[in-house]
Design a protein around this ligand. Sequence first.
Ligand code: AMP
Length: 425
Amino acid sequence: MNILVLNCGSSTVKFQIIQTDLEMMKNDSERCLASGNCEKIGSEQALYGMRATGSEGIKGVRPLRDHREAICAIFDWINSGQAGIEGVSSLKDIQAVGHRILHGGERFTKSTLIDDQVLQGISDLIPLGPLHQRPQVMGIQACREFMGHDIPQVAVFDPSFHTTMRPINYLYALPYEYYERYQIRRYGFHGTSYRYVTQKYAALTNTPIDKVNIIILHLGNGSSVCAVKEGKCLDTSMGFTPLEGLVMGTRCGDLDASILPFLMEHAQLDGKGLDDLMNKKSGLLGISGLSSDMRDIEEAAVSGHERAKLALDMFCLRLTKYIGSYFAEMHGAQAIVFTGGIGQNSPIVRAQACEGLECMGIDIDLALNDSLKRGTAGDIARADSRVKIWVIPTNEEVMIARDTFTIIRNAECGMRNSEFVMRNA
Ligand code: AMP
């Protein structure tokens, strides 16, 4: 089955066409046939790039007013006859679409086939994450418009892995009525990545999924940590929105909330201004004054840029603190697992995050850490380390394709939506 995986962000659309079937799912050997993205959507100078695997593809700049237009541009390329995608000469060769959806609220705890009611339910959650959820609704509608109303579409909710959290973990210590009235609670994000990495760790170490006790650090432009106990989420660092927790590229993470009314009074910032400050101007960028990209930060820190070094140190110290607190909360763990663009590629961050954790039996092998080949999985702990330290590249797109395939196959087998048996869900 050829599945289009769509990931609509606030001003971006990323896509992959993934070929999968039961055999490929079992062997973790799905194939990406094509991929691409549109950025700066909403501007006259939007960027696009699309390519069939193994080819040069196309890229350029053009006006893209909204996500519908961006998806239309991607579909025009697929239909053009020039894309050169193996086995796909038009949209008719794509059998289903899987969408990454930011928020499922408390209603959607698993990936779900999208019908009118589900689409309405996803739209109803726009207030919880307007910047992402609105374009994602637009993405579903655009697929119906251009691929036909009946094209099977599946919603894969980013927080669904975290629905096993207990109230003790997901509640804020605000008056309880605020949870009941406004659903203010911790939801957690990067769930699709955590589900993939948990399954991959189980396979790599031959551990039954319900015996997996690990701390996963998903470190990218957005970063979070997840305590996985018995294969399920016990706790995670992102909360009501993807702002809480770690220091990120442009997000501040944990903050004393009283800073906000203070800034409203003294820096004349309104709600929108505060939101921008915390989400777009803080983190690595805000501290360094240089860049939100960890590669730039590392390079500058090494060449003596003091605030870049400070940003790097703050990023890593926050990691160390979270690992320590989750280790205690879980009563110990088998492994720490690094993933995401930074987790997979930065030996500097991995080494520094593990500094001082030897007292908990977490002992990194610096030579193995430095020599691990990019893009590969490996254990980088010292042989005598009580806790293993793994690097496992994530693949959220494949996870979305798997859920889509499983749900559609189950639907074809005539099972009711509520009875879908999700693989390890
Ligand atoms: P992601 O959001 O998962 O795509 O990750 C993006 C982040 O990964 C950016 O901050 C990049 O700077 C970072 N990254 C990618 N490659 C490297 C690398 N070789 N060393 C350090 N950071 C990297």
